[in-house]
Write a protein of this length. Sequence first.
Length: 402
Amino acid sequence: MNWKKTLIISLLILVAGAVVVFIIFRTEPKAQRGGATKETAMLVDVVTVNRGNFSPTIVTTGTVVPSKDILLSPRISGEVMEISSGFTPGGYVKKGDVLLRIDPSDYQNALQLRESELLQAEADLQIEMGRQNVAQKDLELLEEELAGQDKSLVLREPQLNAAKSRVEAAQAAVDQAELDLQRTTIRAPFDAHILSRNVNVGSQVAPGQNLGRLVGMDVYWLEATIPQAKLRWLSFPGSGHQKGSPVKIRNRTAWKAGEFREGFLYKLIGSLEGNTRLARVLVAVEDPLLQQTDSASLQPLIIGAFMEAGIEAMEMENVFRVNRDLIRKDETLWVMVDNKLQIREVEILLQDSEYAFISSGLNDNEKIVATNLTTVTDGVPLRVENSDEESQVQTQSSGGTQ
């Protein structure tokens, strides 16, 4: 009987424990989520824009080349007897300055010979003219009418024409000998900078031989390339302008900061650059070697130097100027409207190295988001931290003509 009581008591204890556990699990409190997902507007910087008139600057690069470039050569042969001190690499010469002289002895002798031949031909012509007068008198004494050809022979007209031809040929030979004698003195064909000299006193030269390289000092060109789409914003001489668009030329590697030379667009070359398919243009820089300018703040141009050119384009009227870093994918802008993000498509007329110039898609006093965002969706809430900073950015970014 004792073991039965023990068993019954144990069963009762187990049942009571199960009931207590069941009641505990049924009545325990449950955790509930609170307001942890409160939505917060993103903090951004904005730039306020307004329409205005602006002159973009199209930046390109190019190489300096001379506008006049020749290889000097003689037109006669002979020995070099004298060389001017100005005819040396790095020297400067004026138009008409003597560069070198070739031994004239042979050409002086040739001229004297040709002059004597001319005198002989003129004497023969006078003799023949005397014979013609005699023939004319003899024909008058005969009192006979002769046919045209017979009369010409009797009057010695063929002999007279031949004598005249010999005089003309002798005169031409004299003129040629005088030219050859003049060509023994070689002069500068224009105001020039000497880049090289390939002869010395005693050198034997022949027609066409390279004596040296000369380049003009009046104007240098900068050969540059420009995208074809930007050409319509540039002006060239011949289209109602005395000079083309103004250009500022810089050498970033060799010149001090702020140093530049002024030039202007000169010509649009009628072919594209082979690899890039960009349009080729010439920028003219006057007095490139500073021979006519007394200024210590300017630098002379060096042929072959790689330069940067900032070309001032035509003024754009009634457009928005926006930093090009703010242009987003597919030519869109992020605009803040009623404290919300709006992705706006715009029409960009031109982009230079700093700005994009927009004709439509914006309104005056609209705020462009300048902050890069990770979440880009129309309607995302935005906020600006400091309105004073916004006003300062607006003042720096908008305004009148550049």
